[in-house]
Design a protein around this ligand. Structure first.
Ligand SMILES: CSC[C@H]1O[C@H](OP(=O)(O)O)[C@H](O)[C@@H]1O
Ligand SMILES: Nc1ncnc2[nH]cnc12
Length: 307
């Protein structure tokens, strides 16, 4: 672990489209660790809550939204956050709704994912190494963390009085993009049981699991994608309409939950499922693992790969 860990930053926030900063928190500094997978999307902002609790913030597409979803350096993003000492990641994403009851402006805590990426994104820390690992991903989000968030996010939405609803237990489809879906695809995802769609939750969530980090996504609905017969299909302009309001509300949610989340992370409360989860995922023939690969992997999993 790098010297950056001494900041005691246990919680990382990943901001998506529209959420490029947490300017309701106090800026402390930028850090930009070089990981074995390169640099993160942008320097990571270390910022403080009024209590002094520090958190790390990373803009997924860079602060000027210059990185398209297929090119987000997710391995570097997750590795960099882990190198700071982060144990839990609260990620935000702008999503399309595949269900009538999930309206633009609503917030959602998905618990399942359907993968419609096209295999062009590096999706594992083990890729290209002599180490094989088969990570359990049946429940792609941290279950206890999701439960923990439910009441807290609900409270912020109610207090905000904007009418934004919270939906839980939903399934998000992650498509490759950058173009939006056809009408036929949008309808197919509904038939498959998809409730939401974005271009970012994979491989981010898989990599968080490989790094034994607790990961939850707050999906903020911006549009109805392209399945509604009578409506025109989604455009970026539709997405932009709700992006700013959703981002403002996301900042309120972050401001409200981060102190308590830091405390829970410090106690190990919501982290028990992920820590240790890779132990039986890694194929055990360590004699055949190259030293250079063990060194690389020790950056994210020192418990298994530090000699
Ligand atoms: C701007 S519309 C499509 C774009 O928005 C979402 O980004 P993020 O998940 O980072 O909020 C979606 O995944 C696409 O990348
Ligand atoms: N309709 C949509 N499809 C994919 N990603 C999105 N992000 C926001 N809206 C989206």
């Amino acid at each position: 672990m790098s010297a950056e860990g001494s900041d005691n930053v246990l919680v990382g926030v990943i901001g998506g489209s529209g959420l490029y900063h947490l300017d309701n928190l106090t800026f402390i500094k930028h850090v930009n660790p070089e990981t074995p997978w390169g640099f993160a999307s942008s320097p990571i902002t270390i910022c403080a809550l009024p209590s002094g609790t520090k958190v790390a913030f990373l803009a997924r597409h860079g602060p000027g939204h210059t990185i398209n979803p297929s090119a987000v350096p997710s391995r570097a993003n997750i590795a960099a956050l882990k190198s700071l000492g982060v144990r839990a990641i609260l990620a935000f994403s702008a999503v399309g709704s595949l269900k009538e009851e999930i309206a633009p402006g609503d917030f959602v805590l998905p618990n399942q994912i359907i993968d419609r990426t096209k295999g062009i994104r590096p999706a594992s820390f083990f890729e290209g190494t002599s180490v094989v690992a088969h990570t359990a991903f049946g429940d792609p989000f941290a279950g206890k963390f999701l439960k923990w968030l439910e009441t807290r996010v609900q409270k912020v939405l109610e207090e905000n009085g904007s009418g934004s609803k919270l939906h839980t237990g939903k399934c998000i489809v992650c498509m490759e993009g950058p173009q939006f879906s056809t009408r036929a695809e949008s309808k197919m995802y509904r038939a498959w049981g998809g409730d939401l769609i974005n271009m970012s939750v994979l491989p981010e969530s898989k990599l968080a699991r490989e790094a034994e980090l607790s990961y939850a996504l707050i999906a903020t609905a911006t549009d109805y994608d392209s399945w509604r017969e009578e409506e025109r299909s989604v455009t970026a302009a539709d997405v932009f309409k709700t992006l700013q309001t959703n981002a403002d509300l996301s900042r309120k949610v972050a401001f409200t939950v981060l102190d308590e989340l830091h405390a829970a992370a410090a106690e190990g409360d919501i982290l028990t499922e992920e820590v240790g989860s890779m132990q039986f995922a890694i194929m055990p023939r360590s004699v055949q693992q190259k030293d250079e690969d063990r060194k690389k992997l020790s950056y994210i999993l020192p418990a298994y790969f530090s000699d």
